[in-house]
Design a protein around this ligand. Structure first.
Ligand SMILES: Cc1cc2nc3c(=O)[nH]c(=O)nc-3n(C[C@H](O)[C@H](O)[C@H](O)COP(=O)(O)OP(=O)(O)OC[C@H]3O[C@@H](n4cnc5c(N)ncnc54)[C@H](O)[C@@H]3O)c2cc1C
Length: 577
């Protein structure tokens, strides 16, 4: 297969990037369209400004600056010499991406948080480089506004490029529709981590892996981590630890603030608190982005007139929080909140499902809500492979050109219908009410009405699900006493949500009758509007009783709570809490 090599000379640096054209029908890659932003060349004066953030190091030809699956020394600015960046994937160990020359830099988002590299970076000649460790890279991005913006953009675009091919990340071997494959793929996709999937029925490499590791096909899925470790049907936590997404927590460290939940509310708290100098840890049991991360298109968030996918908006917030030094521990499920001193509460221990503890002087509860389930006897049999609570590109792909059923009548249901209609052959929208107008925004109602492959059935409820081995074969619904049966493999459920407060005991915080956290005057005398019944513990976003259930409102509360955190920490520091 031919390979196109392009060379560009800018100033004294030389940059070579390599594009593999595959076929004329190959979709445009970010390497084709944004290469100049992915691989910028810094001017000598700009490099001078970066010198005090790092230290010089030299490398001999063939030496690795970065090795896939291993934590590198940091971010490298090349002063002289050349470094080849290659990507490992299931099919090859050295797919070329770029050759960096003087003035270019080696690194991507993994280096921002000190996580294992997703590429190999090998010196092609004698290399003289400025090595900037992760903490100093974050300082650079904050202190050097214009230069920091260009570097941050390059780091993000490089990650997008890796996500396009999936190389550098773990390889999942299993069938696309297997519930555990879907679970693991969803986890990696929602956390913006590249990965590849090999289907044992189609990909020869899958068979080779099974033979090499003596895996019985009945044991699938397996996951091969970049560091060579093989996992058999791992949990998300096992996978995250294997790929370095989740690091062990330091039990002796006390953070100023622990945020429970990395949805828009929690991420906003992390950005504002960390940028104002507080030490912050964010814990989430699933992925960053919360419900917003599952939204196909958010059209009512200020400043995005053409709309933005929830994942894109939340990934920006996640990277922004890390840039300011907020620590992320995902996935980490919080199971209990312990107050260290019953009166005054100068500190808290947050207990995780892994039995680890996180110490913090203040806590922000931003754990949002979780989706309601349908009351159908055998629903659980099909959750994973056929019943979905999200409509992301992964789900869209597996139900492409098929009929699907979606149950719900609110805005999240409306957005999902509009999105899925672009992929499925037909979407049946089943609503309990007599119209959509009462619960759905007008623009969505109009858009759905204009979609030829969507049929809305009012006053209709699912009556039964049929299938075997976790895969749905037919859905039955009842309308005006009449039952209909259709051969359908995918059911989407968007019927509202309940607060994620099961981890809080009633003795911890005052909750309302539905389980939402009370704050402000509802929680006690002289409380800050976002403070709970326990001084030092705040609640924001969807989990808060009376909050407006919108992305903008959650972000606003995340910003607002930071002023209250400063006041609370100052009081606790005085001993006046
Ligand atoms: C499909 C969909 C589309 C939507 N579209 C829009 C829209 O277009 N515009 C709009 O304004 N709003 C929209 N919304 C609503 C909006 O997404 C929510 O209001 C917003 O996400 C609430 O943010 P939050 O941070 O309070 O909570 P969430 O987004 O619910 O985040 C809470 C986080 O806490 C984590 N968590 C929960 N319990 C624990 C625990 N015990 N330990 C650790 N972590 C925990 C969860 O995993 C989750 O990531 C949509 C919602 C959905 C579901």
């Amino acid at each position: 297969m031919g390979r196109t090599r392009r060379r560009a000379r800018r100033g004294r640096s030389r940059l070579t990037f390599v594009v593999d054209p595959a076929s004329p029908a190959r979709p445009a890659s970010i390497l084709d369209t944004r290469a100049h932003q992915m691989f910028p060349t810094l001017a000598p004066a700009e490099i001078e400004r970066l010198r005090h953030f790092g230290e010089r190091a030299t490398y001999r030809p063939g030496e690795h600056l970065a090795t896939t699956g291993e934590v590198s020394r940091g971010f490298f600015v090349l002063l002289s010499g050349e470094v080849a960046i290659t990507q490992r994937d299931a099919r090859s160990t050295g797919r070329p991406i770029v050759v960096h020359g003087p003035g270019s830099f080696v690194g991507e988002l993994a280096q921002l948080a000190g996580r294992p590299a997703l590429v190999d970076g090998v010196a092609q000649s004698d290399v003289d480089a400025l090595v900037i460790p992760p903490s100093q890279l974050r300082a650079l991005l904050v202190e050097e506004a214009e230069l920091g913006e260009r570097i941050m953009r390059a780091l993000i675009l490089r990650r997008v490029g890796l996500l396009e091919t999936g190389g550098g990340g773990p390889v999942i071997v299993g069938r696309a529709e297997h519930p555990d494959v879907l679970r693991l793929e969803n986890f990696l996709a929602r956390n913006g981590h590249p990965h590849q999937r090999l289907d044992p029925d189609v990909d020869g490499e899958a068979k080779a892996l099974l033979d090499r590791f003596h895996v019985d096909p009945r044991e699938l899925p397996i996951v091969l981590c970049p560091n060579g470790t093989l996992l058999r049907d791992p949990t998300e936590t096992e996978l995250a630890r294997c790929i370095g997404l989740l690091k062990p927590l330091d039990p002796t460290r006390d953070f100023d603030v622990a945020v429970v939940g990395a949805g828009p509310a929690g991420l906003a708290t992390a950005v504002y608190a960390a940028s104002e100098g507080l030490s912050v840890i964010v814990l989430d049991c699933r992925a960053f982005g919360g419900q917003a991360g599952a939204s196909a298109r958010i059209e009512n968030y200020l400043g995005f007139p053409t709309g933005i996918s929830g994942m894109a908006l939340m990934a920006r917030a996640y990277n922004q929080a890390q840039k300011f030094g907020a620590e992320m521990a995902i996935p980490s499920e919080v199971v209990r909140l312990d107050c260290r001193r019953s009166s005054g509460c100068a500190g808290f221990d947050i207990v995780l499902a892994s039995a680890e503890r996180v110490g913090a002087r203040a806590v922000v509860v931003a754990s949002g809500v979780h989706y309601r389930r349908l009351e159908v006897d055998n629903l659980a049999d099909f959750e994973g492979a056929s019943v979905h609570y999200w409509a992301s590109p992964l789900e869209a792909k597996i139900c492409s050109q098929q009929e699907v059923v979606l149950v719900g009548g609110g805005n999240s249901a409306g957005q999902a219908v509009v999105y899925l209609a672009g992929h499925a052959s037909k979407v049946w929208l089943l609503a309990r009410g007599a119209s959509l107008g009462a619960s759905m925004s007008r623009y969505l109602v109009d858009r759905i009405a204009a979609l030829p492959n969507v049929e809305v059935l009012f006053e209709t409820e699912i009556s039964a699900l049929e299938g075997k081995d976790g895969v749905l074969e037919a859905v039955r619904w009842r309308r005006a006493g009449e039952e209909t049966r259709r051969a359908i493999r995918h059911l989407f459920v968007f019927i509202g949500a309940d607060p994620h407060t099961g981890w809080l005991s009633k003795d911890d915080l005052l909750l309302d009758a539905k389980g939402f956290v009370r704050t402000g005057p509802d929680a006690g005398h002289e409380r800050h509007p976002l403070e709970t019944s326990r001084p030092g513990v705040f609640a924001i976003g969807d989990v808060r009783c009376g909050s407006v259930k919108r992305v903008a409102a959650a972000v606003g509360e995340g910003a607002q709570v930071v002023a209250a955190l400063h006041a609370s920490l100052a009081r606790a520091g005085d001993g006046s809490a």
